[in-house]
Design a protein around this ligand. Structure first.
Ligand code: GLU
Length: 448
């Protein structure tokens, strides 16, 4: 059987088995269609039914999360954890708290995580979790009670050698702290390696806060350098204003770029003098307020109440760091019309499949999320190493390792793309390189 026939037959099965799970099916299609040539070279992968197995989670857990708000009213949310693939290491991946969370989104994120984690070169399998809880407008106590209720169920399924959750959208150091505290209480033991993204005084790693954003910029700088380009003097749009976006902006500015726009779900700000990160951090990290506040401090900047409109502004480099599907065909066309040279993904799959096709057709340098944003989970794995050693590295040591990991990812996926005759298609390079490592491990471990 030819590789492409095998891929098509498995896509059919996955479609039938997961009706209506649009995001998951898109993610599977994106990966599987890149892999056809791998099966032409390795027919034993077909015999081992690797695609049928890798597209089916090893385990999917969902549970009720009841909690009480400050007014005494009872709410019920739904929590999830998908333990997708443990061939190369324990399940690893973030927890997302956002009202859009559902089974399809968690499975899409967990599926992507398998290949992303494989690309880091570290021994971590793929997992993901979350709840359809909206943290917006909740008090600190409500957040704590929700985290405790969530962990009150999740604790049964995680462990430092089994499954190690971390943050994602809506889950940062505060939430990880509350979840870790509750885990420790119910287990009556200190097991720091069970969660990553912890506070520095109880097993957290330096650089973890910055890692996804810094890693994105390290990766993108490699991609630009490879073509004789760099961030220096470039105008950059970074969508989002959460943890990934803020530290991507910080590192890009350090490398000589100017950030002209960023956003949150209420809209975007454009500042032709370059976004003032100190003002933005105060709004987002301390006040946890809406982005419009920025123009109070910077009256020459403008606020537009449509976050998707951010892509219609002129820039050299676009770093989508908000959420999945945020650059559609329209956004991609606007960026291309305005002369963008590179798009590199800080969020998980922020470009739709149609947008990606447009970037590739127009020879835009494209850094796919599973490679470009792997710095966060890579630094989580470094946090796990430090927890096991009961020793903490300095900021410089962790940062140096992160830089090296991002550079290795770029070189590995570029080389793989070339081997398969797709020189500049880093999507194909990332999918194939990420898959082969997991595939060989699955093959070696038999039918499990
Ligand atoms: N949520 C991040 C991601 O999408 C980090 C996961 C982790 O550190 O485990 O990769």
């Amino acid at each position: 059987m030819k590789g492409i026939e095998y891929v098509e037959s498995v896509l059919d099965i996955v479609k039938k088995r997961n009706p209506g799970e649009i995001e998951f099916l898109d993610a599977v299609r994106e990966v599987l269609t890149s892999l056809a040539p791998v099966f032409d070279k390795n027919p034993n992968f077909i015999e081992a039914a690797l695609l049928e197995r890798i597209t089916e989670p090893e385990r999917l857990i969902y549970f009720r999360v009841p909690w009480v708000d400050d007014a005494g009213k009872i709410h019920v949310n739904r929590g999830y954890r998908v333990q997708f693939n443990s061939a190369i290491g324990p399940y690893k991946g973030g927890i997302r708290f956002h009202p859009t969370v559902n089974q399809s989104i968690i499975k899409f994120l967990g599926f992507e995580q398998i290949f992303k984690n494989s690309l880091t070169g570290l021994a971590i399998g793929g997992g993901k979790g979350g709840a359809d809880f909206d943290p917006k407008g909740k008090s600190d106590n409500e957040i704590m009670r929700f985290c405790q209720a969530f962990m009150g169920e999740l604790y049964k399924y995680i462990g430092s050698d089994m499954d190690i959750p971390a943050g994602d959208i809506g889950v940062g150091a505060r939430e990880i702290g509350y979840m870790y505290g509750y885990y420790k209480k119910i287990k009556s033991m200190s097991d720091q390696g069970v969660l990553t993204g912890k506070g520095l005084t109880f097993g957290g790693s330096l650089v973890r806060t910055q890692a996804t954003g810094y890693g994105l910029v390290y990766f993108t700088e490699e991609m630009l350098n490879n073509k004789g380009l760099s961030f220096k003097g470039k105008k950059v749009i970074v969508s989002g204003s959460g943890n990934v976006a803020i530290y991507a902006m910080e590192k890009a500015i350090e490398l000589g770029a100017q950030i002209v726009a960023c956003s949150d779900s209420s809209g975007y700000i454009y500042d032709e003098n370059g976004i003032d990160l100190k003002v933005l951090k105060d709004i987002k990290e301390i006040k946890r307020a809406r982005i419009k506040e920025y123009i109070k401090d910077k009256p020459t900047a403008k606020f537009v109440d449509n976050y998707k409109g951010i892509w219609s502004n002129k820039c050299d480099i676009a770093l989508p760091c908000a959420t999945q599907g945020e650059i559609d065909e329209h956004g991609a066309n606007e960026l291309i019309k305005n002369g963008v040279i590179a798009v590199s993904e800080g969020a998980n799959m922020p470009s739709t499949l149609q947008a990606i096709d447009l970037f590739l057709e127009n020879n835009i340098l494209f850094g796919p999320s599973k490679a470009a944003n792997a710095g966060g989970v890579a630094c989580s794995a470094l946090e796990m190493s430090q927890n096991s050693m009961r020793y903490a590295w300095s900021f410089e040591e962790v940062d140096e390792r992160l830089k090296e990991i991002m550079s290795n990812i770029f070189n590995n996926i570029k080389k793989t793309a070339e081997e398969y005759g797709e020189e500049d298609n880093l999507i194909i390079g990332a999918n194939i390189a990420g898959f082969i490592k997991v595939a060989n491990a699955m093959l070696a471990q038999g039918v499990v």
